[in-house]
Design a protein around this ligand. Sequence first.
Ligand code: NAD
Length: 261
Amino acid sequence: MGRLAGKVAVVFGGARGIGLATVKEFVAEGATVFSSDIREPAEAVEGARQSLVDATDEGQVDEFVRGVIAETGRIDVLFNNVGIHLGKPLVDTTLVEFDNIFALNVRAAFLGTRAVLPHMIANKAGSIVTTSSNGGVMGRPGDPVYNATKHALVGMTKSIAVAHAHQGIRANTVNPGAIDTDMLRGTLASPEDFEAKRHQLTASTPAARVGEAWEVAKAVVFLASDESRFVNGVALPIDGAKAAGAMPGNRYSLDFELGVR
Ligand SMILES: NC(=O)c1ccc[n+]([C@@H]2O[C@H](COP(=O)([O-])OP(=O)(O)OC[C@H]3O[C@@H](n4cnc5c(N)ncnc54)[C@H](O)[C@@H]3O)[C@@H](O)[C@H]2O)c1
């Protein structure tokens, strides 16, 4: 029997990358999956319902969640995965860019959680997993405002855990390091550029490689499942030890050659 058998899972940002990999794992583990994204999915996943939803739009999020509840009567797992990157020094970041990234990375998780949480409270059960980042638990030089949004998600998650643990609800984040997705490749000029810079991308990772989306998805399944029933309020790095500590200076210095300073 699958590790998520009998569970209803809602995913925001499930059309590609880490979200799509997680939708596939959720289905493989026996969950009934309602995935959403602002884009058409990169791939149809048999066994998952895939809908178009702008996760920053209050009306669309509430309607999507109402629809799931009308059909299933419960939501056991919420995966807040929507996010965009901004690789700019703070002094070069415009107010519009600042507002946009908070309005996406933080608001989407807030709206998804606000819509789903009352149903979890009513059921006295539920697991909320939110995608933060390596930049949600440590400072990084190239993307300070992105990192601020990812720290905000960790803070919101820990607070939900503390507030609702007694009601059978868990809230945790996954904190990926560099993962080979469109987002990571999009921070670079071209696919060739990605390959040329791969050694630099891995330079700040003790494991000395970029991760794969499915490696994050496996951790999300663990946090979504009852196997992690006493794990609550954690920010779980999936990063080849990047957040664990310091490395020799010559490895770190390559961080500054990523085109994001
Ligand atoms: N790839 C990495 O190296 C990495 C590292 C750390 C954290 N993350 C985080 O992982 C998450 C997934 O990123 P990814 O790497 O798979 O990138 P991605 O760009 O492939 O996935 C992000 C998804 O969010 C969706 N999305 C964007 N705006 C939306 C909106 N308004 N409403 C609904 N969906 C929307 C996109 O369409 C996309 O499917 C993000 O939160 C990202 O910040 C990624």
